[in-house]
Design a protein around this ligand. Structure first.
Ligand code: ADP
Ligand code: GN1
Ligand code: MG
Length: 373
């Protein structure tokens, strides 16, 4: 999808939510590939208060009420757990939904778009590129703590907001179908990326087979643990709050760890068109392992631990083939800003797969040296 820059009528949309005071201003926010994110500012008796207002992409998330039901349950559970531990729910540490004036978790406007509103977390930000390993350690600790939090989520299995989201075999088959049909006549421009992708087929079933054999369990996971989905405190550097909860659903812990490796170890941003800039940074990987094991080490099985390094390579490959598929299908899924944006992203991810593969045994040895709980 080519990115559009026109600002919607944020004042009217914000008026659907239970917000006090007067609307002052609104602007675009963030760098996500899927939803449209805005920040709106209200004057509440002389104090400026900001809110995070988001239009959920309902082409991708087909059932927004179900998705919002998942998110409401996760947010309530986080707050309840903080309070049952004798503390109090901290609205900088877990997302707080602002309900609509009817008390619902989301609002559908006249055009059929779905909107939601969160308290805006002040004094913290997300990072598209890790500046030092300490940020990776903190982000991984926060994502591990989030998995831990969800281990005792009460109630029915969460809705699958995107079925087979990390089913790498299905992703691979979808790529093959896109190559075969080549509806947009783009395959010739991606010849070497296609050849690279098809040559990696032996990666795609590894975790699925382990799961099928019962060696790794299904858990409630985040499924989109890229680094810019955790807010880092501006002052303390702490991994404060896990955000972007649209894909919280049943999954594998390794999908989450793998996406941390993909998004954090890369020495270049995901959009960098020059694959020569892309290297997996070992000290960042090590910090991710330390941070993740500090909060998730107690519940991980031996098989999960043994595949931490592999999971990074697998998820990087998986996202790479999703970008390549989207390029071949005519840029219908991810937001793009230039004609070969998705192809550049695929190239970037495949360079990272290459670098992760070259370092996999060193990475595995590092994991093995870590103390067990
Ligand atoms: P997307 O699905 O498009 O990635 P996100 O939910 O990740 O959307 O939000 C986009 C950006 O908005 C994030 O990267 C983060 O910088 C910012 N953000 C998200 N939630 C909040 C919040 N509650 N308070 C402040 N900033 C937020
Ligand atoms: C999308 O929404 P955002 O930008 O955090 C995508 C992820 C990809 C990521 C690649 C629902 O994440 O799966 O890994 O882009 N989210 C969805 O940057 O498809
Ligand atoms: Mg995001």
């Amino acid at each position: 999808m080519s990115t559009s820059t026109a600002l919607p009528d944020l004042r009217t949309t914000a008026s659907a939510f239970a917000l006090y005071g007067h609307y002052v201003t609104g602007a675009s926010h963030g760098s996500g590939h899927i939803n449209d994110t805005y920040v709106v500012e209200f004057d509440q008796a002389g104090v400026r208060v900001r809110y995070h207002l988001q239009r959920v992409n309902h082409r991708i998330f087909k059932n927004v009420p179900d998705l919002m039901d998942n998110i409401r349950r996760v947010c309530v559970h986080a707050a309840t757990k903080a309070e049952s531990g004798g503390g109090r729910a901290d609205s900088r540490r877990c997302l707080v939904l602002v309900p609509t004036r009817q008390g619902l978790p989301c609002h559908q406007d006249e055009a059929g778009s779905w909107w939601r509103c969160y308290l805006f977390i002040e004094g913290a930000r997300t990072h598209d590129l890790i500046e030092h390993p300490g940020q990776a350690r903190e982000a991984a600790r926060a994502f591990g703590a989030f998995q831990n939090l969800l281990a005792d989520l009460p109630g029915a299995r969460l809705h699958e907001t995107i079925p087979d989201f990390h089913h790498t075999r299905r992703r691979f088959d979808t790529l093959r179908a896109a190559i075969a049909s080549d509806r947009n006549n783009r395959a010739a421009r991606a010849r070497s990326e296609i050849a690279f992708a098809l040559a990696q087929e032996d990666l795609v079933d590894v975790l699925l087979d382990l799961q099928a054999r019962g060696e790794i369990p299904e858990r409630v996971t985040h499924n989109d643990t890229k680094l810019n989905n955790v807010m880092i405190d501006d002052t303390t550097g702490e991994g404060l709050c896990v955000i972007d909860l649209d894909t919280v659903m049943p999954g594998l812990a390794l999908y989450d760890f793998g996406d941390m490796v993909r998004s954090a170890t890369n020495s270049a941003v995901e959009d960098d068109p020059d694959p020569a800039q892309v290297k997996a940074r070992l000290p960042v990987f090590e910090a991710l392992v330390e941070g993740y094991l500090a909060s998730a080490g107690a519940f991980l099985t031996d098989a999960e631990r043994a595949h931490l390094a592999f999971s990074g390579r697998l998820i990087t490959f998986e996202i790479g083939i999703r970008f390549l598929t989207d390029f071949l299908e005519g840029d219908v899924y991810f937001k793009t800003k230039r004609p070969e944006h998705n192809l550049d992203r695929a190239r970037n991810q495949f360079a990272l797969v290459h670098s992760l593969e070259a370092q996999q045994s060193v990475m595995e040895a590092f994991v093995q040296r870590q103390p067990r709980p």
